[in-house]
Write a protein that binds this ligand. Structure first.
Ligand code: ADP
Ligand code: MG
Length: 683
């Protein structure tokens, strides 16, 4: 009987060929689709409100008698108003209908109707514009309002849904495992679907929604786990000895407590016989590189090789330099592999890797090439993992036999999001900065203050410090909003200002890899005082002498991104500053930039960003990589998300392929939710 849901929507009474075509525009092909076309919102016609006590600026339902027939007023061509007065026995109200001759003609003097709309407390009397009007007998309930398309009104959809529910009867299967339904007190799917379309009360509507949202989020998380799947089976990469103490004795500084804990977490994972899958989250400057080095050190001393993949050549080079420095007094040999290297160099590195003579290799996507073979790869480290696609990570891991995985992220994100972005993984948090760091003083100003800001930067430069200026654009295009300068143009104009006498460099994403590196190297060597740049400097770049940053058009960046950018300064012991220039006048912009001025705590910033903008931003640029949800709202349903995720994790760990009879039904739900998402869509 389940098939009835699969039948084309034209099987529904009242839906013919033509309607079926219109439904298709709304993504509805089958009867089942129709039943999951959930109302966008509701009109509560169940509570009748006296005109005089109607809420302000909020629609409500009034029951009143028309005192006259609507009178027609032609205002001009294309605009005809119909006005009449109604009374609920206590107060009168003027009703205006716009351009709708039929609605006006249906109103009879002396008859009683329900009017749904916003009561305005107008000049000396109450009034309501363009209400929905219904005869008293029919309307007294909570009415669903559907997403509409030309030719298909909400009322028509409502009728079709009602007919579909009759057609389907009780043949709406419930695929949620009973244990979960009982534990979370969720109504059956059948009841939830009926109620979401035709809710008897607001309380029942809420429960129906809770049930459907929970299911959708559970299925979403299960699907993400499956896509990012790492079933926790055994691995041959099992290390015997912990070499952390030895590693520490080689460092020029002592590790922070948080670094020590993170390394210990990883070593324990690598001793367990099950592949490690761990995210080390730490704010910019918290010392993730030293953690990676410590973890790799123990592994390598146990006879395995480690690989670190970075998203850009600049970063790979920099990691290579810092890791080589951290490991320079050890027997560990560090190698570098980049696409832009001369073929001869690449061949040498590959040969050393294959023979096992390089213990730790740092590289970009070049590591994925078929010509790169390892002697015995035991650990894959990725920096900023969400910039890599699922299949890229899998390809690197496939060069070893179930190697451990360590992910480093400087984007501090709440656990709910980490689970969605990374799947099933353990998290270590570096919640402590190395001693001596000062918060970066942050100011938000309008562009009228730019001259003064330049003067401020000049002081830093005069004292031998370096500076960044970040612009959002690389080059001008036709749709460049007015007043927005590209990095190139900005760089040129800067020569004419008081800062023009300093050595200014330019860095942007369209430059060739080698040119970028040359600029970065010059900046590191302090051959450049002031670097004008796009966001290519966002991740990881480490120049401790750079102490001031100016961000132009700051409103164009997300908070998390601003925080990343700001993390490029204040890496040394000296006072550092960040100035956000923005003329964005909206309240949201002001609030966001204020958050930046108030705190340096990346986790707090991430929470604020999430609250202000929803989770889309955390999924990067690619359409944010999630399947379209039919009812859940990631922003509004965060609490349910967390509960659903916990269930998903428990299910996944107990039954990763969802094979038991209880769980099997969930597979179909996953396939349909993820039908529209490509293999690498989830980055
Ligand atoms: P992250 O990658 O987390 O942003 P890095 O690993 O680049 O941070 O470290 C930032 C800077 O702090 C580097 O210059 C590094 O050498 C230094 N550093 C790391 N750990 C410590 C520590 N425990 N004590 C002092 N300095 C440290
Ligand atoms: Mg780093």
């Amino acid at each position: 009987m389940e098939d009835v849901l699969q039948r084309p929507v034209r099987y529904v009474k009242g839906v013919g060929e033509k309607r079926a075509e219109l439904f298709e525009k709304l993504g509805v092909k089958t009867v089942g689709d129709l039943l999951t076309l959930y109302p966008r919102h509701y009109e509560d016609w169940s509570q009748i409100v006296p005109i005089a006590s109607a809420p302000m600026n909020e629609p409500c339902c009034v029951r009143a008698t028309a005192l006259s027939k609507p009178a027609e007023h032609r205002i001009r061509k294309g605009l005809t108003l119909y006005k009449f007065t109604v009374s609920d026995g206590l107060s009168g109200m003027q009703v205006t209908i716009f351009n709708n001759k039929y609605a006006a003609a249906a109103v009879k003097a002396g008859a009683e109707y329900l009017f749904f709309g916003t009561v305005e407390h107008g000049y000396s009397r109450y009034q309501m514009s363009s209400p929905s009007i219904a005869p008293v007998g029919s309307g007294n309930r909570i009415r669903p309002i559907y997403p509409q398309t030309a030719g298909l009104t909400s009322t028509a959809i409502e009728k079709a849904v009602a007919a579909a529910l009759t057609l389907v009867g009780d043949a709406i299967p419930d695929r949620l495992p009973v244990a979960i339904r009982v534990k979370h007190r969720l109504m059956s799917r059948l009841e939830a679907v009926k109620t979401i379309h035709f809710p008897p009360t607001n309380a029942q509507l809420k429960e129906a929604r809770r049930r459907l949202v929970f299911e959708e989020l559970l299925v979403l998380q299960l699907g993400l786990l499956r896509l990012k799947g790492h079933v926790r089976r055994g691995t041959p990469v099992k290390i015997e000895t912990d070499h952390t103490a030895e590693f520490c004795s080689l460092l020029p500084f002592s590790l922070t407590g948080a670094q020590t804990r993170a390394i210990a977490d990883c070593v324990r994972d690598m001793q367990s016989g099950v592949p490690m899958n761990r995210l080390v989250q730490g704010d910019v400057g918290s010392g993730k590189t030293a953690v990676a080095a410590g973890v790799a050190y123990s592994l390598i001393q146990n006879g395995w090789q480690a690989a670190m993949m970075a998203p850009t050549e600049i970063l790979a080079r920099q990691h290579y330099q810092s890791l080589s420095a951290l490991l320079k007094n050890t027997s560990v040999r560090v190698g570098l592999l980049l696409g832009s290297q001369p073929a001869k160099e690449k061949r040498e590195v590959t040969a050393l890797l294959e023979r096992g003579e390089i213990g730790l290799v740092v590289g970009t996507h070049a590591l994925l090439s078929d010509t790169v073979q390892f002697h015995n790869l035991g650990l894959v480290i990725t920096d900023e993992q969400h910039r890599f696609g699922v299949s890229q990570r899998a390809r690197l891991s496939a060069k070893g036999r179930d190697p451990h995985r360590l992910v480093m992220s400087a984007t501090p994100i709440p656990r709910t999001l980490a689970l969605m972005i990374y799947g099933d993984l353990d998290v270590s948090v570096l919640d402590e900065l190395p001693p001596g760091r000062q918060p970066v003083a942050t100011y938000a100003v309008g562009s009228d203050k730019r001259e003064r800001v330049y003067g401020y930067i000049e002081k830093f430069l005069n004292s031998g410090k370096q500076a960044y200026i970040v612009c959002p654009l690389i080059e001008e295009s036709d749709d460049t909003p007015e007043g927005l300068l590209s990095a190139q143009e900005y760089y040129e104009r800067l020569q004419q200002t008081r800062l023009g006498r300093f050595r200014i460099g330019l860095l942007h994403g369209k430059m060739k890899g080698a040119d970028k590196d040359a600029v970065m190297t010059a900046f590191q060597a302090h051959e450049i005082d002031l670097l004008v740049s796009t966001t290519v400097i966002e991740v990881g770049v480490d120049v401790p002498n750079a102490s001031v940053m100016l961000i132009e058009n700051a409103e164009r960046f997300g908070l998390a991104q601003l925080h990343q950018l700001r993390g490029r300064v204040g890496r040394g012991k000296d006072a550092a500053a960040c100035i956000l220039i923005s003329d964005g006048a909206s309240d949201e912009t002001r609030k966001r930039l204020q958050v930046m001025c108030q705190t340096n705590d990346g986790f707090r910033i991430a929470e604020e960003d999430l609250a202000l903008r929803g989770p889309g931003d955390f999924f990067g640029n690619r359409q944010h990589g999630l399947p379209a949800l039919s009812i859940a709202d990631l922003k509004g349903d965060m609490a349910l998300l967390s509960a659903a995720q916990n269930e998903a994790m428990a299910l996944y760990r107990a039954d990763p392929s969802l094979e038991t009879p209880e769980n099997r039904g969930l597979c179909g739900l996953i396939s349909s939710l993820f039908a529209s998402v490509g293999e690498d869509g989830l980055n």
